[in-house]
Design a protein around this ligand. Sequence first.
Ligand SMILES: *[C@@H]1O[C@H](CO)[C@@H](O)[C@H](O)[C@H]1NC(C)=O
Ligand SMILES: *[C@@H]1O[C@H](CO)[C@@H](O)[C@H](O)[C@H]1NC(C)=O
Ligand SMILES: *[C@@H]1O[C@H](CO)[C@@H](O)[C@H](O)[C@H]1NC(C)=O
Ligand SMILES: *[C@@H]1O[C@H](CO)[C@@H](O)[C@H](O)[C@H]1NC(C)=O
Length: 865
Amino acid sequence: MRKLLQVLLLLYWLDKGQSSHSCSLQGWPMETFSQSGDILIGGVFVVHSGINFQQPTFHKRPKPVSCTGFHIRYYRDVLGLMFAVNEINNSPELLPNITLGFSALDSCMSEPQAVGAVLSLLSGLGNSFPGYNCHTSSAMVGIVGDEYSFLSIPIAQITGVLHFPQISHGATLSTLSNKFLFPSFFRTVSSIDPIMAFVDLFGSFGWTWVGMLMADDDVGHYGGQIIQNRIKRNGGCIAFFEKIHLSYSDKQMKRVVDVIKRSSVNVIVLHSPDVHIKALLDALFNEGAAGKIFIASDYFGLSSGDFSKKALKVLNGTIGLIPRTGTMPEFEEFLLNLHPTGNPSYPFIRPFWEKAFSCQWTNEGSERPNTPHIKANVTCTGEEDLGGRVAQLFETNDLSYTYHAYLAVYAYAHALHSLLGCNTGSNGFYNYGTCGNISDAQHWKVIRYLKKTKFHSKSGQMMKFNAQGDLPASSDVLNMQILNDSFNLVKVGMIDIEATLGEKISVNFSAILWNNHFLQMPISVCSNSCRPGYRKVPSQGRPICCYDCIPCSEGEMTNYTDADECFRCPSDQWSNEDRDRCIPKAVEFLSYDEPLGITLVLTAVILSIFTLSILIIFIQYRETPIIKATNRELSYILLVSLILCFLCCLVFIGQPSTFSCLLRQTFFSVVFSISISSVLAKTIMVILAFKATRINSSLRKWLGPTIPRNVVGICSVLQISICSFWLYSSPPFPILNNKSQKIIFECNEGQKVFFYMTLGFMGFLAMISFLVAFLARNLPGSFNEAKLITFSMLVFCCVWISFIPSYLSTSGKYTVAVQIFAILASSAGLLSCIFLPKCYIILLRPERNNRDFISGSKERRNWIK
Ligand SMILES: *[C@@H]1O[C@H](CO)[C@@H](O)[C@H](O)[C@H]1NC(C)=O
Ligand SMILES: *[C@@H]1O[C@H](CO)[C@@H](O)[C@H](O)[C@H]1NC(C)=O
Ligand SMILES: *[C@@H]1O[C@H](CO)[C@@H](O)[C@H](O)[C@H]1NC(C)=O
Ligand SMILES: *[C@@H]1O[C@H](CO)[C@@H](O)[C@H](O)[C@H]1NC(C)=O
């Protein structure tokens, strides 16, 4: 629809009454540059970068548009075409006896102009008559152009309808490979892939947060979308996606500048021809928003253009992709011959001259008096000397699109050569043995030959269009370096579309000069990457590249940066402080060489030695009243069992073994039962003694050693039975418990119920002792053991009652330490409460160690022996 309107617009400009041809319509002739020949090749090129656009009012007949912004770099492409045509005409092998000619028009970066140009070429009258072919002397067989995709598309739509071959020298848009839409379109470049291959590397460069600047035209929109999707698919994020165009107002421009200025990105992907962004670059410089690195797709066509100094500062360090160029030997000599009065006459030579020498032609003789190319006071004379300035003016160090225009002409020449030559059968065409003549040079036949033609470029590379009409070619990665105001494009790498994935792209980063803001490769990220030991947590409502880092929890780790998740360490390992490694868990047990272990061992040993000395004292003073009064036999048993109690702590310390595990709880409970049952027996004896004296009765016969022996014996046997059954049914065993942060080397008690049964039995004995002693506490006598026993049992019970909760609430070696502490404390309590007062009397108050004092009354003397 849009194209139709453009065509109608052009028809509007038609002027009916100028001269009469075989065709009846006429319009403004477009400025055409022709060189005659037997066969013509058309060219639609961007030479000027814009048009003086005025909205037609249609009150008067609309005027032809004039173009502005002559670009030598673009102009070079036309010269490339001309150079190729001349080279072929001089070649004895290619198309002998046939001269090629050409017709070239300027599309001025404008779609209507491009459509007008192609229609004018096809009709052959300099005017656009759609569908008419009015070429009289020689046939036009194909078109070269345009450089840009957005200009090539409307051209390809028309050439497609008319089955006219078109070879673009720069359009990379992938849609153009669609032969259903564009059946007669070919190109000497490949489709959009190069920037894609480059975009795929962004992640490895650390560029996950990038901005995008697109030309506000079909190709900008379409290509921009593809690039954006690719970046997102690779896990990158787009910080902004802005459109820009030559025709934007200052207000629109300001908005884009603000977006770029506010953004934190360091890398901006540029998918726009240079003309659209010139004003923007100046504005960026003025706003102090320079210092971003631009990555230019091949749509940008990296060149010095006519950028201002400010724009060049902003663009400094830009990395661009352009299709790989080959060599064009003798092209520079050809350029040296350029002259306004040359023969043959060169296209666009007068505006070129003005641009190159900053001069102005006087009006007479100028093709387009109304085109102001340059404002200068100097008048061009034609005597100016081009020598020495060619390389700099034409940037011949990088021929890119010019080379591709040159290749396009060669493609036509080779196709024509096959078409017009005699078929030897070697080149795959049928009609073996026949020869063509010049009337066979028809455009639709040329398409067939173009599809099959194969030829070698000057540098020996095989050229052949693929099924989509593309010429798969590599791209060069260029770096724009502005040093001392001189513009340099330095090749820093290449992209080989045909290569396997890994070798597709190679870039020498040490050869890249970034800009004044980045001495090294810049990073462009939304959030800094998370160190090992941290994981990413997406920020609410922001792109996925923006996240917070939070540390892994205990027992989890990550050993790489930017982890999404933390991993749990294996069960025998635990994460280290930094959470970036799993380390084997420490094996923990209460050992002999740590302070806690040493302290407990020393305490146990000292207390047992202390108990031993009390035992020795008791044996030494065994005939003194105080000892005789307290049932010597029971005292000895109690003291010995207390020594064992203290010593049994040692079994709890040290690395658990099968043996020590078996011994620990059983030894402890048996020894403890013995000591508590002796205390119980003692209490019973105290009561019996009193009862027996009072009643003077048969109870006396129980005062012998039978009762204490039986009590102690029965209790011990009971406890030993429980322990035996325990050892028999579920013996304790050593185990490595790795449920927590450490591996705890401990004894598994087997059935816990046995452990609590032994404890419960001891508790039961202790309660009975306590109760009996409590009842007997008020019996007369200055030395009443019952009081001491009550008190000692109180201490004992307190210790063991508080033991239960602390035993259950501690873990690892501290559980063991708690039990040892309870053993030591309760045994020491018994020892001190029952025996220390006696020792005090024996050693320090020997005067009290007599019968009277001890019995306190005459009645008690009787049972003291
Ligand atoms: C070219 O022309 C010359 C002379 O007119 C003739 O001898 C020669 O055979 C021609 N070559 C071809 C390939 O037609
Ligand atoms: C990369 O560039 C540096 C600097 O220009 C150069 O010294 C080096 O040889 C290049 N490396 C390769 C592999 O081309
Ligand atoms: C461009 O960048 C290079 C490298 O950082 C620097 O040396 C040079 O001065 C810059 N040019 C301009 C015009 O800022
Ligand atoms: C990270 O840990 C895993 C599993 O422990 C290991 O296979 C891998 O090699 C480690 N990677 C690095 C970079 O250390």
